[in-house]
Structure formats: structure tokens, C-alpha cells
Design a protein around this ligand. Sequence first.
Ligand SMILES: *Cc1c(COP(=O)(O)O)cnc(C)c1O
Length: 372
Amino acid sequence: MKIDVTRRQTQRTRPADKDLGFGKVFADHMFMMDHEPGKGWHSARVVPYGPLTLDPASAVFHYGQAMFEGLKAFRGKDDVVRIFRLDEHCKRLARGAERLCMPSPDLALLEDGIKTLVDVDRAWVPASVGTALYIRPTLIATEPFLGVRPSARHTFFVITSPVAAYYAEGLNPVKIWIEDTYVRASKGGLGAVKAGANYAASLLAAEEAKKRGYSQVLWLDAANHRDLEEVGTMNVFIRFNDEVATPALSGSILPGITRASVIDLLRSWGMNATERTITVDEIVERHKKGELLEVFGSGTAAVISPVGELGWHGQRMVLGDGNVGEVSRRLYEAITGIQYGTAKDEHGWLWEVPVARPNGASKKAQPAVARH
Ligand SMILES: *Cc1c(COP(=O)(O)O)cnc(C)c1O
């Protein structure tokens, strides 16, 4: 499908890298397209960033048919702009749409829309180490109808936000509260989908954890409050001696792309990465025995987020004397090295954003390396 590009008349300037923060500054343009019966996806376009006009009866406002993705584009030292695992993010969006009874654009169109937008706003991809252009594709139900059934109209849009380095002062271990009352998601529910509803469900627990002096919560399974699921909005990994374990994808866990990358890297280093049930009792027991060496979260925003302390029923479990564990650090450096083009992309995770030529042809280059 042809993508129409309408540029802003005057380009704004991107703030200095140190003033970016996370998700509060938006680039000049957005990608949009619409879906309705008989027409399918149509009107793919890049337009100036700005407010949407929606009917107040739109299904998204009432029944929460909405989902999103989160991925990043990086500017390498060679000035080439590369998107990390674009194909996997698009596939996950398509699977999520199915679960929410929404139509997904086909993968080629999704990839093309995102690459075209990033190319148009190439000047918004910051360059200093740790910064990135965060990409937020979003799918919403827009039919103005209050009956409860899947919406017949949808809008897909992509906005982007230049973001500052997550760790301006180096990897920073956080304190995490193990949550035994609230749950994020249950088996059979929406936990495996990047649905806005999961975030709505998670906010109160995080607020209460903050009041107790913790930055986020470790979620347990909804049925028994026993099995580890995720940490905040990230997947969780535990290093017990020589094993690096993460909860198996059970239906209520979001299949993180950083999670998959971590598992691939650990295995490529000959380490024992496992996907299995991890109970809170095992955490407590093995911490007592000195076998709980590292805990960290994985996700697009922070890449790796080391945990320095776990709180559980009044007990404080301190990890690694508050220092960053060696596996956490090695993973962080390996993944960011690939993202910024300073390490070899052996797994074929980077997608170059080709530079559009004036005649509409573009320099051929994606994926950057053959995919496996
Ligand atoms: C997005 C997300 C993750 C991390 O996924 P990545 O693909 O690694 O960014 C983990 N858990 C939840 C709940 C998420 O929404």
C-alpha cells in the first residue's frame, strides 16, 4: 500500500539529549491508517503529529479495546538508524490484535509504516549513548456504538518520542515489593497481550509499593499468589548459582522481546538459561542458602533493570550487597552494544531504516543482517 507523506510546514527542533526524559517529547510526525468493513486497512499516511478527533461513543473509551507496542530506533556511531527487532514487535502486535478481536495490518504494512515514519523523523533520533527514538504503535477501536461486541472500525497510529539514557549514572539496582494481594493478569486473561487494560490493573499496586519505599512490584500468579510472573512492566530473571531462570510463558506473562534476546544470548554464551515455574518459597529458601545471586527485569525501556532488594511479608532480602550482578551487567552491555552498532549483530536483530531517495526509491538494506 502506498503511504502518503504530508510534512509539517516548519520543523521543530529536538530538545538537547539531557532534557529528553522518557515519553514526554514527541517527534514531528505520526503514522496513521484506518480500518472499516468492506475497505480493510486504508489511507496509510504520515501526517504532522497532533490531536485525534474521535467520537465520544468510540468503543475504545468504553470497553477498552486498545493495545500498543514499544520498540526503539538507535542512531549508531556510523549515523545509520536501526530498529531493534522490528519484525518480532510487529508479529506480537498482530497476535495481540487477534486476542482483542481487532484487525491487525499485515506485517509488511506494519514494518513499512514504522520505517517510513522513522525515516521522515530521522532528525529526531538522538545520538548520544543510551538515548533512542522510542516508537509507540497503538491500535484502538473507533466505532461509535455502545453495544458490547467487537468494534467494526479501528485506527492504527504510531507516534515516536526521543528518550534520554535510562541510566544516566550507570545501572542502578531497585527495591522491589513482592505483591501478594493485587494481581496483574490471570491465565486466560490479557496478560500475554500489550493491552492498555493490563496497565490500568497494575497502577494501584505500584502506588502502594512506592508508599512502602519500593520502586515496583514483583507480580505473583493470580490463582495461588505463589509463582513469580513479572516485575513491574518487565519480565523477570533470577540467577540461582549457575542457572538463570525466568518464568515459563504461561498465558498470563507478556512474551518480552528483550526476554527472548536475553535467553538467546545466555545460551549462546553456554549458560544454563531455563524457563520454568519459580515459586516465592524457592526465592526465600535459596536466598537463605546464599544461592540467590541476581534478580533483574528485562524490557525495551531499560533493557536490564537489576534488583537490589526484595521485600516479602516484612522480610528484606538484599541481593549482591546492592551491587549490580555480573550477568546483569554483561547482558546490558551485550544488548546495548548490538543496538548502538558497537558489537556485531550476530543474531540479525537490527533493521536498518533506509534513507529515502528523492525519486521515491530507497537504499536497500533491510533486514541489516540475514534473519535466522
Ligand atoms: C512490554 C512488556 C514487557 C517487555 O517486553 P519487551 O518486548 O522486552 O519490551 C514485559 N512485561 C510487560 C507487562 C510488558 O508490557
